[in-house]
Design a protein. Structure first.
Length: 150
């Protein structure tokens, strides 16, 4: 893809993200998006912490799920949903912001299998705090809408 096509692709992804109320609530931002790859960021805020002061596992899980789905949807270029995913929490999510990076590992007509790593970023250093894998499934036979990435 040309740089202009990649920029438009990212812009379409940001439009999709802006239509997700929960994504807006947690302040999620798409940093990168290209076919089969997604980088999603959520800034730290008091509202997403649990009682011990680190980010709630549900928010980390949301990040992995959404990044996996963007990666799978952009790889298949059709409307998709998450069919299943598994997550391993490796350490408490403590940082200033959190980044989920997902990539499609296997792509077929009706599904893709994707992997994701979620990092806590503190003082410019990334620490891996979760890993996930999921199956992203084609959503029926919906006609193209121009935003087929998720």
């Amino acid at each position: 893809m040309t740089p202009e096509e990649l920029e438009r692709f990212l812009e379409l992804g940001r439009e999709v993200l802006a239509k997700q109320p929960f994504s807006v609530l947690v302040g999620a931002q798409l940093l990168q998006l290209k076919p089969g790859f997604c980088e999603l960021m959520v800034p730290m805020s008091e509202e997403i912490q649990q009682q011990h002061g680190f980010v709630h596992g549900g928010v980390i899980s949301y990040m992995a799920d959404n990044a996996l789905t963007f990666a799978g949807g952009t790889a298949m270029r059709v409307p998709v949903v998450t069919a299943e995913f598994k997550i391993n929490y490796l350490r408490p999510a403590v940082g200033e912001r959190f980044i989920a990076r997902a990539a499609a590992a296997y792509v077929a007509r009706s599904q893709s299998v994707c992997r994701c790593e979620v990092f806590a970023v503190k003082d410019g250093q990334e620490k891996l705090c979760a890993m996930a894998q999921g199956t992203i499934a084609k959503l029926g036979e919906a006609p193209p809408t121009g935003t087929e990435m998720q």
